[in-house]
Write a protein that binds this ligand. Structure first.
Ligand code: C2E
Ligand code: CA
Ligand code: CA
Length: 257
């Protein structure tokens, strides 16, 4: 699925976030929360991340020139720890002539913190190719501010939990304002996700946020624009083992209440 990320300054689409769904046997569609944690525990996540990168760059290459769409791609810590992601990105960009400026990788604070120096190096190498980086779920870690001081990302993405109740929660307002200020002071663009109402958008505009994303601006859809292709492809043998594992989990989850 693809969800638009909108520039607050003029309401135009900056880029789209790619959000994976998995089709199991039959028509059952699994949301990422149902299979990504499992894939992380079993190591399958690297193959998923590589698959997403591969297909996302193919999709960018397949778009007509009059649609210079850019994409944000979520990378797990597992995917980012594997140096072959760099050769994959380089090879795909060379093969397809897609400009690296059309790709932003989103990594989470927790993922990055787990191996700070290695992650930093991988991020620097992918940025050297011309790709951008966003720090996702910003504000949920324990030392967010200290941490971004030394981390080479282009965007901070304020976690949606600070945004959903922004109108009614004065604490969230103070925190969001300070995250925006810190981001700007460090030279980063700031994105707010989970923008679900015009009131929240107004408040964020007053706070000076650069980009917004959420159901109020656009829900995830099957393709970025009406005249671009939908991106469905086989998870290359990964769906079946994952679905079996999910099936194996279910009775245990039910048994534990
Ligand atoms: P995320 O990266 O923080 O993505 C934002 C999630 O919020 C998405 O859920 C999106 O559909 C949802 N969302 C968007 N707007 C709103 C809104 O206004 N209100 C609310 N309540 N939710 C909104 P989704 O698609 O279920 O993805 C969940 C998580 O799964 C993502 O969180 C990301 O961490 C992970 N994920 C998704 N796609 C991929 C992928 O291709 N690779 C990897 N490694 N992880 C992925
Ligand atoms: Ca994300
Ligand atoms: Ca997020």
């Amino acid at each position: 699925m693809f969800q638009p990320i909108i520039r607050v300054s003029d309401g135009s689409v900056s880029h789209y976030e790619a959000l994976i769904r998995m089709q199991g046997d039959g028509d059952r569609i699994y949301l990422p929360d149902e299979f990504i944690p499992l894939a992380e525990r079993t190591g399958l996540i690297r193959r998923i991340d590589f698959w997403v990168v591969d297909k996302a760059i193919d999709m960018l290459a397949s778009l007509p020139r009059e649609h210079p769409v850019s994409l944000s791609i979520n990378l797990s810590s597992g995917g980012l720890q594997d140096p072959s992601i760099i050769s994959l990105v380089r090879r795909k960009l060379d093969m397809t002539f897609v400009s690296p400026s059309r790709i932003t990788f989103e990594i989470t604070e927790t993922a990055a913190v787990s191996s700070f120096s290695k992650t930093r190096e991988m991020v620097a190498r992918l940025r050297a190719l011309g790709c951008s980086f966003a720090l996702d779920d910003f504000g949920t870690g324990f030392s967010s501010f200290n941490y971004i001081k030394n981390f080479p990302v282009d965007y901070l993405k304020i976690d949606g939990t600070f945004i959903v109740n922004l109108i009614d929660d004065p604490t969230d307002q103070v925190l969001v304002k300070s995250m925006i200020d810190v981001g700007h002071t460090l030279g980063k663009k700031v994105i707010a996700e989970y923008v679900e109402s015009p009131g929240v958008l107004d408040l964020l505009r007053r706070f000076g946020v650069d980009y917004v994303q959420g159901y109020h601006l656009g829900r995830p859809g099957l393709s970025p624009t009406s005249d671009t292709p939908t991106m469905t492809a086989s998870l290359a043998g990964l769906a079946a083992p994952l679905e079996t594992m999910i099936g194996g989990l279910r009775p245990r989850l039910e048994a534990s209440g």
